[in-house]
Write a protein that binds this ligand. Sequence first.
Ligand code: NAD
Ligand code: ZN
Length: 352
Amino acid sequence: MKAFKLVKWGQPGQYLEVPKPSPGPGDVLIRMKAAGLCRSDLDMVDSQPGSGPYADSLEENYILGHENAGYVAEVGSAVRDLQVGEAVVVHHMRHCGNCEYCTDGAEHHCEAYRRNAISATRGCGVDGGLAEYLLAPRTEVISIGRGDPVMYAPLTDAAVTAYHAVQTVIQRLKPGTSAVLIGIGGLGTYGVQFVKLLSSAQIIAVDVAQDRLEIAKQVGADHVILSDHTDAGPAAKQVMSLTRGRGADAIVDFVGSSSTLKLAAKISRPRGRVVLVGMQGGTLEVGWGLIGTNCEFAISLGSTRQDLREVCSLMGQGKLRVDVQRFSFDEVQKGYDELRAGNLAGRAVVVF
Ligand code: NAD
Ligand code: ZN
């Protein structure tokens, strides 16, 4: 079968002919219908040995694609609850089911797949879905009923990662509180939707791009703030004004640059919570200004299968807006180029 592989660190992916996998007893063979392209694929492709987590932690030579959806093509002899032809999505974070993290409800930290700084996941160190077929254990596959795989593919990373992050602050978002979401891109657009669906907090969206703020409004932001890459001051003032001096009860930073971290620290209400998702590699000055807020700084990594089930359920109820830009399987590189250039209006999805 044809597959799009990362063959060497630091080089663009390549189309190669690879053997079609066949399912073991507990596996499902999926005929790929849709694979979302993600910014982290670009980080993998760009990775130079000695310079970052991917090349230093994972073995190269794997099929890219970690937002995967398609139709069951074949099931192993032990799989009795999925039918051939059924539409499914795949949760890309792998789990052993036995380690302390897996049994403690944090399977996304599974020790069996930990590789130095990161985990080997489907499409990241382990064969992913940019191929005609994808093989996955039954335990990683979730049925989406009559759902359209093209619309569900972006849910499996972009949406579910945002969902997991929002879950870590949702208890705080009681009526009368404010949530600030920074960076309304692939992930943040879902972040706004989840806060809207799951709370009655005032939602303030921050971005450096006006068009992203327009989308933020459309998906539920009560207020939007146009920020800039270096000076967090004016955006902080606007948040303080919109919250009548109270500050934000919860902040989710989908950027993670020095300026967004500074903004988060400035606008947190005393004992507020800042959750960091973005990986732009910023640094934060820890002085009296920050300590004085007594705020919680947390990191949210990935998601669990239960998160994905819940996100698919919201989608099935018609409660999520998903914007996709379609590319054919021959246009994977074009999709990545458009993503890199920032030209996409929605998630790039390769449709087979
Ligand atoms: P994206 O490029 O689609 O969106 C980023 C958004 O942030 C854009 O709208 C951009 O205009 C905005 N932005 C950039 N600089 C800004 C600034 N200084 N202030 C305000 N807004 C700014 O990216 P994405 O796919 O949404 O991913 C977001 C981040 O999340 C990336 O760093 C990615 O690597 C990371 N990520 C983290 C996890 C995790 O588990 N923690 C998983 C997937 C992705
Ligand atoms: Zn485990």
